[in-house]
Write a protein that binds this ligand. Structure first.
Ligand code: FES
Length: 148
């Protein structure tokens, strides 16, 4: 099934549309020049997945240059917070540990302070048992088209 979602020029980056296709509610997202289609039904307990927030990993190439990476990009279900990769539909649990490194400080005999790096295990996302259904979205003749 082919569904014309919108003219490309009226679907700016950062926006989403929720459309009906074959009796299913499907969210279509634009992030930059990329489009994603994912079912608007959370595999956990049926929540309205496509009403959730988009999330990316916080990364920093240098101190003071933190930004949100757009790859991978996830959507968080508004009901219980399961996160789904927009591209693959794979679910992820919330982080299992705070994503902040800790550093011990020790005083050397010379009186200067030096860092003692320890306990610096960054958190990891754990793949969950749920996979949301995803769909192909293409730009065809200046229109955004969902293939469901
Ligand atoms: S229904 Fe989506 S996380 Fe529970």
């Amino acid at each position: 099934m082919r569904v014309v979602v919108a003219p490309l020029r009226s679907f700016p980056s950062g926006e989403r549309r929720i459309v009906e296709a074959g009796g299913r509610s499907i969210g279509v997202f634009r992030v930059g020049e990329n489009f994603y289609g994912i079912r608007n039904r959370c595999p956990h307990q049926g929540g309205p997945l496509c009403l959730g927030h988009l999330l990316g990993d916080a990364v920093a190439d240098a101190p003071g240059q933190a930004r949100i990476a757009s790859d991978p990009l996830r959507i968080a279900c508004p009901w219980h917070g399961w996160e789904y990769d927009l591209d693959s539909g794979q679910s992820f649990m919330r982080t299992v540990a705070p994503g902040v490194r800790s550093y011990g400080i020790e005083l050397s005999r010379g009186g200067s302070l030096g860092p003692d790096v320890r306990a610096g295990t960054p958190s990891k996302r754990v793949p969950g048992p749920y996979v949301a259904e995803t769909f192909e979205v293409r730009v065809e003749d200046e229109y955004v088209v969902l293939h469901a």
